[in-house]
Design a protein around this ligand. Structure first.
Ligand SMILES: CCCCCCCC/C=C\CCCCCCCC(=O)SCCNC(=O)CCNC(=O)[C@H](O)C(C)(C)COP(=O)(O)OP(=O)(O)OC[C@H]1O[C@@H](n2cnc3c(N)ncnc32)[C@H](O)[C@@H]1OP(=O)(O)O
Length: 224
C-alpha cells in the first residue's frame, strides 16, 4: 500500500481552532472520584432489587446531587490534553463516550503506546454494557474498536474521522472481565489512514476490526 500521507510532526493544538482545552492534570481528584462513584451508581441502579422506600430515598439523594452540580459547565466540544510518560501529547474530547475521563457513561478506555508499536489499552465493562446475557453489547464492542483505531491514527500524528469501520465478532466478549485492546496504523494513502485492531480476553481474540480514518484537512495540507 502506498505510504504517501503527510503525518503532522506535531498534533494541531485545538486551541488554535477555537476549542477549549483542559489539561488532564487540572481535573480535580474529587471529580475523578465522583465519576467513579457515579459509574457504580449506574450499575447499582441497573441491577437493584430495592423496595419502593429505598428507591424513593435514593431518587431524592440523586436529585439533590444533580442540583449541586447545576452550576458552571464545560461546553460541548471541550477537549482534554493528555501527556504521556513518553512525552507524547494527545487531545481527545473531555466527555468522549468511550474514553472521556469525566464521562461516567464511558468505561473508560485509555490507550498507551505498545512496545510492539501502535497502542494498547485495558478495560473492564460492567453489566451496564450488556447485550446478550453476560456479554458486552456488540455496538459497544464496535465502539471500543472505533475509539482504539481512531486513537492509533491520532497517536501516529494523523487525527481524523472514521469513514468506514468493519468489525468481525470472533468470540463472545465477556462482561466484568479484563479486556485487552490493541490498535495500529497499517498503511496510509493521501488523507486515508488504514488502521486495524483487536479486543482480547485471556489472550483470545473476541473481536477484530479494521477502519478507514480520513485525516483532518489541516491548514498547510494543500488539500492532499
Ligand atoms: C481541530 C484540532 C483537533 C485536534 C486533534 C483532535 C484529534 C482527535 C483526538 C483523538 C482521537 C479520537 C479518536 C476518535 C475515535 C472515534 C471516531 C469517531 O467516532 S468519528 C465519528 C464518525 N464518523 C463521522 O462522523 C465521519 C462522517 N464523514 C465525514 O465527515 C466525511 O465523509 C469524511 C471526513 C470521512 C471524508 O470527507 P472528506 O470530504 O474530508 O474527504 P473525501 O474526499 O470524501 O474522502 C477522502 C478519501 O477517503 C475516501 N473515502 C471517504 N469515505 C469513504 C468510505 N466510507 N469508504 C471508502 N473510502 C472513503 C475518499 O474516496 C477519498 O479517497 P481518495 O484520496 O480520493 O482515494
Amino acid at each position: 500500500m502506498t505510504v504517501d500521507a503527510k503525518p503532522v510532526a506535531e498534533l494541531p493544538d485545538p486551541r488554535d481552532f477555537g476549542f477549549s482545552v483542559v489539561p488532564e492534570e487540572e481535573i480535580p481528584a474529587e471529580l475523578v472520584s465522583l465519576v467513579e462513584e457515579v459509574r457504580s451508581l449506574v450499575d447499582a441502579v441497573a441491577h437493584t432489587k430495592a423496595g419502593a422506600e429505598e428507591l424513593t430515598a435514593a431518587r431524592e439523594a440523586v436529585a439533590a446531587a444533580s442540583d449541586r452540580l447545576k452550576g458552571e459547565r464545560h461546553g460541548v466540544g471541550t477537549m482534554i490534553q493528555q501527556s504521556w510518560p513518553d512525552g507524547r501529547v494527545e487531545y481527545g474530547t473531555l466527555t468522549n463516550i468511550v474514553a472521556g475521563p469525566t464521562n461516567a457513561a464511558a468505561p473508560p478506555l485509555r490507550m498507551e503506546a505498545a512496545p510492539e508499536g501502535g497502542l494498547r489499552g485495558e478495560a473492564v465493562l460492567n453489566g451496564t454494557y450488556q447485550g446478550p446475557p453476560g456479554l458486552v453489547h456488540g455496538g459497544w464492542v464496535a465502539a471500543l474498536l472505533d475509539q482504539a483505531l481512531g486513537s492509533a491514527a491520532s497517536a501516529a500524528g494523523m487525527p481524523g474521522l472514521t469513514a468506514n469501520l468493519d468489525v468481525n465478532y470472533r468470540n463472545p466478549t465477556p462482561l466484568d472481565a479484563p479486556l485487552e485492546i490493541t490498535a495500529r496504523v497499517s498503511g496510509t494513502e493521501r488523507r486515508k489512514v488504514f488502521v486495524s485492531g483487536e479486543i482480547r480476553h485471556d489472550g483470545q481474540v473476541t473481536a477484530e476490526g479494521t477502519a478507514l480514518m480520513v485525516r483532518m484537512n489541516l491548514p498547510g495540507d494543500g488539500g492532499a
